[in-house]
Ligand binder design. Structure first.
Ligand SMILES: Cc1cc2nc3c(=O)[nH]c(=O)nc-3n(C[C@H](O)[C@H](O)[C@H](O)COP(=O)(O)O)c2cc1C
Length: 356
């Protein structure tokens, strides 16, 4: 099987594109099953907009008048392919403009005439048989419904040529620490999907379910996402700059603190630890909350714990400084700016258990 995989993300090629992250695994699976796959990043190609001149239907049948990478390289490759993967980020609930420009420039494969198709609807006769299609898209929002318009378009235009639709919501979260638990199994499922497509031209429902599995619950994703954007705004940084600077999103409430703490949790460092840590905060955020560690997992709750193994009293702002590596925890406790009661061995392990 000859496959042309077209990635229209403007972020492709620098390890930041989630379309690319997913496409890589799908392509890997296809190659494992013996397909010959070429990946094209549209951002590196010159694909001008269709002029609507219909020269490709009249004076130069099947040939676009524009001389660019589309007419000279991509369109011939597309015609030769058995399968085209349209991998697009979801922009405004649809395919992005780069991808739409590519699709519109495939017009020469049609003839101008109107004829009745099998279902009775009028369509254009085909000049060439187009490749079968796999739609792949990623979205920032966590709900599957965000793909409904793209899916409706793809089903209408590609009809029986559409072999699979692979849509991944919460794609941005998947690529961060939020997705660390599920990313490996999503990537594995994409490889499986790639093999299935080559071997049987379909993706099984089980594989699709593994690809679309939730990253975290929607409320947690929304809370952490909001903290992240607030951190970008407060520091006047783009998301990329914020990530590169390794800035820890700053919680402003106890609820946000409880959302962010489990993200840094290192299950390997916890081993079979069974413990409850209580925080009594003062200052800009006042109140108690606690974290229960058991079975390699951590769960947070507001209010004091029944019998904490360790209780920490600290100003909230100071604790955030410790979390983000700006304050030295040893000094803070030695100087009495924060106090700890209970299992002090556990206090010493906090850095390993949660990182910075
Ligand atoms: C112009 C623009 C429009 C977007 N529109 C949507 C949208 O309608 N729904 C959504 O869930 N995410 C939307 N997003 C978020 C992207 O889908 C998300 O960031 C995705 O990871 C981008 O793909 P990439 O990482 O491969 O570049 C939009 C992003 C941009 C830049």
């Amino acid at each position: 099987m000859k496959v042309l995989a077209i990635n229209s993300s403007p972020r492709a090629g620098k390890g930041r594109s989630k379309t690319e992250l997913l496409l890589k695994s799908l392509v890997e699976g296809m190659r494992q099953a013996g397909a010959q796959v070429e990946v094209v990043n549209l951002k590196e190609k010159k694909v001008r907009f269709c002029q609507g001149c219909f020269t490709c239907w009249t004076k130069t049948p099947g040939q676009c008048i524009l001389k660019d990478d589309m007419s000279q390289e991509l369109y011939p490759k597309w015609l030769e392919a058995d399968l085209a993967i349209y991998a697009t980020p979801l922009y405004h609930f649809s395919l992005n403009a780069h991808m739409k420009a590519f699709v519109e420039r495939t017009l020469p494969f049609l003839e101008p005439f109107f004829e009745r198709g099998e279902g009775g609807a009028i369509h254009h006769p085909l000049r060439h048989k187009p490749p079968a299609v796999v739609m792949l898209s990623v979205a920032g929002f966590p709900e599957m419904e965000v793909f409904s318009q793209l899916s409706s378009w793809a089903r209408f235009i590609f009809r029986e040529g559409l072999l699979a639709e692979i849509y991944r919501p919460s794609a941005e979260a998947l690529g961060t620490v939020m997705g660390k638990e599920v990313l490996p199994s999503v990537q594995e499922a994409l490889q499986t999907a790639g093999r299935e497509l080559v071997e049987s031209r379909r993706v099984t429902p089980e594989t699709m379910a593994a690809i679309t599995q939730p990253v975290l619950d929607k409320e947690t994703i929304a809370g952490i996402t909001n903290m992240f954007w607030r951190t970008c705004l407060e520091n006047n940084l783009t998301p990329r700059e914020c990530t590169e600077a390794n800035l820890v999103p700053q919680p402003q409430t106890l609820e946000e603190f409880l959302l962010i703490m489990p993200l840094g949790f290192k299950a390997e460092a916890a081993g079979d630890l069974n413990a409850t840590i209580q925080f009594n905060f003062s200052g800009q955020v006042e109140g108690s909350c606690h974290l229960d560690i058991a079975g390699g997992k951590v769960a947070g709750a507001s209010g004091p714990a029944q019998s904490p193994d360790l209780a920490i009293d600290a100003p909230f702002a100071l604790w955030l400084e410790i979390m983000s590596g700006k304050a030295d925890p040893q000094q803070v406790f030695m100087q009495g700016q924060a106090k700890a009661a209970g299992d002090l061995g556990l206090l010493m392990r906090l850095g390993q258990l949660f990182g910075s």
